[in-house]
Design a protein around this ligand. Structure first.
Ligand SMILES: C[S@@+](CC[C@H](N)C(=O)[O-])C[C@H]1O[C@@H](n2cnc3c(N)ncnc32)[C@H](O)[C@@H]1O
Length: 330
C-alpha cells in the first residue's frame, strides 16, 4: 500500500500551496478494505491527499469527496483525476453529510473520513485571511461564497458575544478586556486586515511571553471557529456520519484542537455505550445497544518521523470507531 509521508508520485504535488495529509499511514490502515468494492466518503477532501491514498490502495473503491472550499475542490479534482469516474466531488458541508451521501448514492457507506480544521493552502494564502503572520483581508471563511467574514463579525458582533468567542474558543483569559477594546475601536476605525488586527490585540493585552502560544494565534483560532461554525458542523457531522455508515462501516476523525477532540471522544464513547439503566437496576430494562465499537481506545498521534517531515501534524488526533450491526433499540 502506498501510504508514504510525502506526496511524491501522486498527481498534483506541484501546487503552489500544498497540503501534506496528516497520519497518512494510520488513515490508510484504518480505512483499508483490501480490494473489496467499497464506497468511501471523505467529508473534508481538501487537496485530496488522504483520498488519493485510499483510491490508489484499492482500485475498486468509489469515493465521494466533500469540501466547503471551492478552491480545495479544484485542487482535489486535479490530484484525484487518476481515479477517473471512481471519484465524485461535491461542494458542501460535512454537517449535511447524511443528505449529501443519500443524494449521491453513498448512503450506507463503508468508510468515512473527517480531517477537520484548516488546510495548509488556506493558512498559507494571505488572501484567505487565516494567518496573522501574513497581511491580508480578515476573511477566514472556508467557503468564500457565503457567510460573514471575520472582519464583519468583529465590526458588528455584540460585545458579550465577542467576549464569549474569545474566552470559549480561544481560551483567552482577558477576553472581556479585548472584546471591550474591539467595540470602542471599531466605532472610529473598523477592522479590515490581519496584521493590523493582530497588532491591535497585542496593544490591548501585551505581547505573549516566549514559549507560550502567541496571543494572535489564539484570537484568530477563536474567530475562525465562530466564522465557520466549526463546532456546530462537527456535532452534526458526527451524528450524520454514524447514520450514513453501513453496519460494520468505519469512521475515522482527525481533529487539531482539544475542544474538537473532546467532542469526538465523547461522541464515540457515548455511541459505544450499551445499557444505560441506572446502576441500581438489577437487570437491564433499557435494551440499549452500542451503536459503535471503539477501534482506537486512545487518540492516535503522529510519530517522530512524521513530525520531522510535517510539523503541522503535531496537534493531530485520530479516533476511529466501527458501526455495530445492532439497530439502535431505544
Ligand atoms: C485539514 S484539511 C483536509 C485535508 C485533506 N485531508 C487532504 O489530505 O488534503 C480540512 C479541509 O476541510 C474543509 N472543511 C472544514 N470544515 C468543513 C465542513 N464543515 N464541511 C466541509 N469541508 C470542511 C476545509 O475547507 C479544508 O479543505
Amino acid at each position: 500500500m502506498n501510504a508514504g509521508l510525502d506526496n511524491a508520485g501522486l498527481p498534483g504535488s506541484t501546487e503552489k500551496y500544498t497540503h501534506l495529509p496528516v497520519l497518512p499511514r494510520e488513515v490508510a490502515h484504518y480505512l483499508s478494505f483490501g480490494e473489496r468494492p467499497v464506497r468511501l466518503i471523505d467529508g473534508t477532501v481538501g487537496s485530496g491527499g488522504h483520498s488519493s491514498l485510499l483510491l490508489a490502495a484499492n482500485p475498486k473503491a468509489l469515493l465521494l469527496g466533500i469540501d466547503r472550499d471551492g478552491e480545495a475542490l479544484e485542487r482535489a479534482a486535479r490530484r484525484l483525476a487518476f481515479a477517473g469516474d471512481r471519484v465524485k466531488l461535491v461542494h458542501g458541508e460535512f454537517g449535511d453529510i447524511a443528505a449529501t451521501a443519500a443524494d449521491n448514492g453513498f448512503a450506507g457507506a463503508d468508510g468515512i473520513l473527517l480531517d477537520i480544521g484548516v488546510s495548509s493552502p488556506q493558512i498559507d494564502d494571505p488572501s484567505r485571511g487565516f494567518s496573522w503572520r501574513n497581511d491580508g483581508p480578515l476573511d477566514m471563511r472556508m467557503d468564500a461564497s457565503c457567510g460573514i467574514s471575520a472582519a464583519e463579525l468583529l465590526n458588528t458582533c455584540p460585545e458579550e458575544r465577542l467576549a464569549a468567542i474569545f474566552h470559549d474558543w480561544g481560551e483567552i483569559r482577558s477576553a472581556r478586556k479585548l472584546a471591550a477594546a474591539v467595540v470602542v475601536r471599531r466605532k472610529t476605525a473598523p477592522f479590515a486586515g490581519t496584521v493590523e488586527f493582530a497588532d491591535f490585540c497585542e496593544s490591548v493585552l501585551g505581547r505573549t511571553p516566549r514559549g507560550v502560544l502567541p496571543l494572535p494565534t489564539l484570537v484568530f483560532q477563536a474567530l475562525r471557529i465562530a466564522v465557520n461554525d466549526e463546532l456546530g458542523q462537527l456535532e452534526r457531522g458526527l451524528s450524520g456520519a454514524l447514520k450514513t455508515l453501513c453496519p460494520g462501516g468505519v469512521m475515522a476523525v482527525i481533529s487539531f484542537h482539544s475542544l474538537e477532540d473532546r467532542m469526538v471522544k465523547n461522541f464515540m464513547r457515548d455511541a459505544a455505550r450499551g445499557c444505560v439503566c441506572p446502576p441500581d437496576f438489577p437487570v437491564c430494562r433499557c435494551g440499549h445497544r452500542p451503536e459503535v465499537e471503539l477501534v482506537t481506545r486512545k487518540a492516535v498521534m503522529a510519530g517522530e518521523e512524521e513530525l520531522a517531515a510535517n510539523r503541522r501534524s503535531a496537534p493531530a488526533r485520530l479516533r476511529v470507531a466501527r458501526k455495530t450491526d445492532f439497530e439502535k433499540s431505544n
